[in-house]
Design a protein around this ligand. Structure first.
Ligand SMILES: [Fe+2]
Ligand SMILES: [Fe+2]
Length: 341
């Protein structure tokens, strides 16, 4: 565990930050690192890309939003997700920058060596990792909050990590699971308490799979609803695909009602990089780093990169895509010229 983080409880940390400097977060997503005999080339490309992005961004914290590793035999040639996670942690520890993680739906596959509980235990052992299983009486593993506090102990911002889980009871064929009600109850109650400390708290939530509201906002925007603000990026999955759950999840609605969460960051759909602001919440698809999982992904490049979140000493935040190359696509299908940011 990163030694400069204060462990408050099983579900929250304090990270002390400079009182008069911006705090920079680099979101990386869908690394799909295989560390197996079949993925050597793509792994090298992912690690090189991470290296470039870390040097470009010089972040104070790295947030990985799931599908960090890929214990999928046909693609990586290994089921050993423990070894994969160890290698990833060893690589990240080398940068001496704290990092934190949420799980995606591919960090564990059928037959892989470690369970999500095993991976969670491992994640707590990284020299620079910030991770905890979270409360054991709520759904998912890795639901926790990192409070950014300045040296006067004043709350600047709160980063909420939420496990968006994997699949329903029928595994892959049952479709994607979602963030469950008890997770949302926990999250909203914790944020209500923090809001008493900082009335204008602008919390940011990180999870792997997008919420239904990403799709709703996008479709409304395309229909000309001017209340949705286009920020940057595009939807490039085939047929405007959003990998959302069919289950009901009211995280967005409750976030709107409480007004504390002002930014949401996900991954999962590797070709979607859009950011829109809907009902005063910035919805962001992180730029992704997959070189392995999607067929033909090596040839695609406008989705590849990271996302930089800059938090000011007063807790205001700005978000910008950090492409690996030079291009950020603003092409939105059905609209001739895309949108201007
Ligand atoms: Fe993925
Ligand atoms: Fe995923």
């Amino acid at each position: 565990m990163y030694k400069n983080v204060h462990v408050n409880s099983e579900e929250s940390f304090d990270l002390i930050i400079s009182p008069n400097q911006d705090f920079k977060i680099l979101q990386l997503t869908d690394l799909h690192l295989g560390f197996g005999p079949l993925s050597k080339n793509s792994d090298r490309q992912v690690l090189q890309a991470i290296d470039v992005l870390i040097h470009k961004a010089s972040p104070d914290l790295i947030v990985l939003t799931g599908d960090n590793i890929y214990p999928f035999l046909p693609k990586s040639g290994t089921l050993n997700n423990m070894k994969q996670m160890k290698k990833l942690m060893h690589f990240l520890d080398g940068y001496k920058i704290p990092y934190t993680v949420v799980f995606g739906n591919h960090d564990l596959e059928v037959g892989s060596k470690g369970s999500r509980e095993d991976l969670a235990k491992l994640l707590k052992t990284g020299t620079y990792s910030i991770f905890t299983e979270g409360k054991n009486d709520i759904y998912g593993i890795g639901n926790f909050i990192i409070n950014l506090r300045n040296t006067n102990k004043e709350l600047v911002s709160s980063l909420v990590m939420l496990d968006s889980n994997m699949y329903g009871k029928g595994w892959f064929f049952s479709g994607f699971d979602c963030i469950h009600k008890d997770q949302i109850d926990w999250c909203m109650a914790a944020l209500d308490t923090l809001k008493k400390e900082k009335e204008d708290l602008k919390a940011l939530a990180f999870f792997h799979m997008p919420l239904l509201e990403y799709k709703i906002a996008y479709e409304k925007m395309k229909l000309g609803d001017k209340s949705i603000v286009y920020n940057f990026g595009s939807i490039a999955e085939t047929n405007d695909y959003f990998g959302i759950s069919k289950n009901h999840c009211d995280l967005f609605e409750r976030a709107v009602n409480s007004g504390v969460i002002k930014g949401m960051f996900c991954g999962h759909d590797h070709l979607n990089t859009i950011s829109m602001t809907y009902k005063d919440i910035m919805l962001v698809y992180g730029m992704s780093l997959d070189f392995l999982a999607y067929k033909g992904i090596k040839k695609c490049y406008t989705q590849r990169g990271g996302t930089v979140i800059t938090i000011s000493p007063t807790g205001e935040f700005e978000v910008a895509p950090l492409p690996l190359g030079t291009v950020v696509s603003n092409f939105v299908r059905g609209i001739n010229n895309g949108f201007k940011s």
